[in-house]
Design a binder for this molecule. Structure first.
Ligand code: HEC
Ligand code: HEC
Ligand code: HEC
Ligand code: HEC
Length: 270
């Protein structure tokens, strides 16, 4: 490509053929190239191709962020978090003995506000021009009723029940003090069962904390998002998901889980 500019421009039909070839190649590039929130399931604007969307609101970011009147300047969150205060998991601890939390970190509760159906999708801190209000969402039979996600479809943690879900707001293996919890996975079990925690520029994510696996066709931990708590490092919904569809994988995941086991193997050395 870099030599393109120095070459003599080919005759028009040839140039068209080259462009066509380039766009065919683009179709087979990894999904990450050109992936975006537009027309993903998180595009709730009225012009989206997703089935759950607004009746007339055309903005995309607004359903989660606002430049003014946000819940807080941090992330400019345009919503409340879930109204659920306490969580149950059907068991007090993981198989290894790490206690499961009854209170979740804000960064997962931001997702649950929509996904546990406790707050209407269109209920915003700044619905337009400043005041709080509710942007109208079209109801979809069996999926959205009264502007809320209906239990059973795309819902997680309904009524605070996280039973059957992968743990969140817990420390990564071998970490202490995240969300007030110490990991029961210690010593050799950490090394044997889990990828090492990396920090710094190797991590291709926002927090700069990831796991130590690289490669686009292998387990790709460098995009796994781990979070720094007051003590150790922990995992949240966004450790596996990326809400803007940045990577273009099914279910808004950071690493492909539809056609490979790379997501799970980015943390677990199974
Ligand atoms: C469905 C909810 C949702 C929508 C819609 C959304 N975001 Fe976000 N955004 C989030 C969440 C959640 C985070 C925090 C991510 C984290 O903690 O890893 C975030 C973080 C961010 C951040 C800061 C961290 C980063 O990733 O750089 C920016 C900037 C951002 N969003 C911009 C946008 C823009 C621009 C749009 C519209 C094109 C948008 N978002 C639409 C949920 C959303
Ligand atoms: C503004 C409300 C809202 C917020 C906040 C929100 N979501 Fe969603 N999410 C939705 C809606 C609506 C759908 C589509 C539901 C449907 O199609 O039935 C969806 C779909 C999804 C899907 C399925 C994607 C697919 O392609 O199948 C995932 C995964 C998801 N959300 C994860 C998250 C995570 C993780 C967060 C927090 C970072 C989050 N969501 C925050 C509204 C939201
Ligand atoms: C350990 C990784 C991981 C974590 C953590 C995680 N998810 Fe997921 N999530 C997945 C995978 C993988 C799928 C696709 C599952 C499937 O085959 O349906 C998924 C699917 C979903 C879906 C689509 C509907 C469904 O149930 O399949 C939603 C919505 C969702 N996740 C939301 C969340 C929210 C909200 C959180 C935080 C409370 C969260 N996820 C935490 C890995 C994760
Ligand atoms: C971001 C890192 C990360 C990813 C990605 C991840 N896990 Fe986990 N997983 C953990 C941690 C940390 C624990 C808790 C370990 C403990 O303290 O017991 C855990 C626990 C588990 C457990 C044990 C639950 C119990 O109660 O004992 C299973 C099974 C599991 N994960 C499967 C999966 C699967 C399947 C995937 C892919 C869909 C996945 N994990 C993705 C980090 C991750």
């Amino acid at each position: 490509m870099s030599t393109w500019a120095t070459r003599t421009a080919p005759a028009a039909p040839l140039r068209r053929a080259a462009l066509l070839a380039a766009s065919v190649v683009a179709l087979f590039l990894p999904a990450a190239a050109g992936a975006q929130i537009r027309n993903s399931r998180h595009d709730l604007s009225s012009t989206s191709t997703a089935s759950v969307k607004a009746q007339s609101e055309t903005q995309i970011c607004k359903f989660c962020h606002t430049p003014h009147g946000a819940e807080s300047t941090r992330l400019l969150w345009n919503r409340g978090q879930t109204t659920q205060a306490a969580y149950t998991w059907g068991t007090p601890a993981t198989a290894a003995g790490t206690p499961l939390p009854s209170s979740l970190m804000a960064r997962s509760k931001m997702c649950l506000g929509c996904h546990d159906g406790s707050i209407s999708i269109g209920s915003l801190r700044n619905a337009g021009g400043g005041p709080a209000g509710t942007v109208a969402i079209t109801d979809v039979a069996g999926r959205v009723a009264g502007g809320r996600l209906v239990a059973g479809t795309y819902t997680v943690g309904v009524g605070g029940n996280m039973s059957g879900s992968h743990p969140v707001s817990i420390p990564y293996a071998g970490q202490n003090g995240y969300n007030g919890i110490n990991s029961a996975v210690t010593g050799a079990a950490v090394t044997a069962g889990y990828r090492t925690v990396l920090t710094g520029t190797t991590c291709q994510n926002r927090t700069g904390i990831c796991t130590n696996t690289t490669g686009t066709s292998g387990p790709n931990g460098v995009v796994i998002e781990l979070y720094q708590g007051t003590g150790g490092v922990g995992i949240e919904c966004n450790s596996c998901h990326e809400p803007h569809n940045e990577y273009g994988f099914q279910w808004l995941l950071r690493v492909d889980a539809a056609t490979s086991d790379n997501l799970c193997r980015s943390c677990h050395t199974k």
